[in-house]
Design a protein around this ligand. Structure first.
Ligand SMILES: N[C@@H](CCC(=O)N[C@@H](CS)C(=O)NCC(=O)O)C(=O)O
Length: 215
């Protein structure tokens, strides 16, 4: 029997896009079920009763939530290109950086964006981003020649930060400070599997204007 794969999400969510990109990498056919987060569906509450958030992947009726968990599930459940390294140490390192991006980088970036690029908040985010800049030394992607879990985790940095900069007229990813990260962003968002998983740029730009723009 053919697999039935449904992804519950909203087009503008960087967490949902992570999952779309992982599905694209593995060439997994799926149905995208659009959620209204201001009026969550009974399915979403049933499938993710703990967090009640998207993304949720439902594979043959089995729900999985939390984007990083879903990506690891996709990697294990389907053959094709590997998203996590095979080597135990490299795998642990990939998980470490993905968690670092979620726990440290994204919250710091959000704070810097919300503050309209206030100096202290930007300095804090630069401290975090420097670790990623160093990690890219001698590599095209965090995964080396190919995209891996860390690249997908950093989708917000590659795409949403530029949209926030445009929407609010601020600068966070400074070229002189983060040449590798900027080169990586360009390479990453121009991969077809990534492009196919991202919303049009107007979507995040409009989101940041509405959420943080001056009235
Ligand atoms: N840690 C979660 C975060 C997911 C998340 O924050 N999703 C947002 C959309 S971007 C959401 O569903 N928000 C609805 C809510 O908070 O009620 C993941 O990695 O999947």
């Amino acid at each position: 029997m053919a697999d039935v794969v449904k992804l519950y999400g909203v087009a503008g969510s960087p967490f949902v896009c992570r999952v779309k990109i992982a599905l694209n990498l593995k060439e997994i056919k799926h149905e995208f079920v659009v959620e209204d987060l201001s009026n969550k569906s009974a399915d979403l509450i049933k499938y993710n009763p703990v967090h009640k958030k998207v993304p949720v992947l439902v594979h043959n009726g089995n729900p999985i939530s939390e984007s990083l968990v879903i990506i690891e599930y996709i990697d294990e459940a389907w053959k094709g290109v590997s998203i996590l390294p095979q080597n135990a140490y490299e795998k642990a390192k990939a998980r470490f950086w993905a968690k670092f991006i979620d726990d440290k980088c994204q919250p710091a970036l959000f704070k810097a964006i919300a503050s309209h690029g206030q100096e202290e908040a930007v300095a804090e985010v630069h401290e975090q981003l420097q670790f990623l800049e160093n990690e890219l030394e001698g590599k095209k992607f965090f995964g080396g020649d190919n995209i891996n879990l860390v690249d997908i985790s950093a989708t917000f940095i590659a795409y949403w930060v530029g949209a926030a900069e445009e929407a609010l007229g601020i600068k966070i990813l400074i070229k002189d400070k983060f040449p590798k990260l900027i080169e990586w962003s360009d390479n990453y968002v121009n991969c077809q599997v990534v492009k196919d998983g991202l919303p049009p740029r107007e979507t995040p730009v409009a989101f940041f204007k509405k959420r943080f723009g001056k009235a």
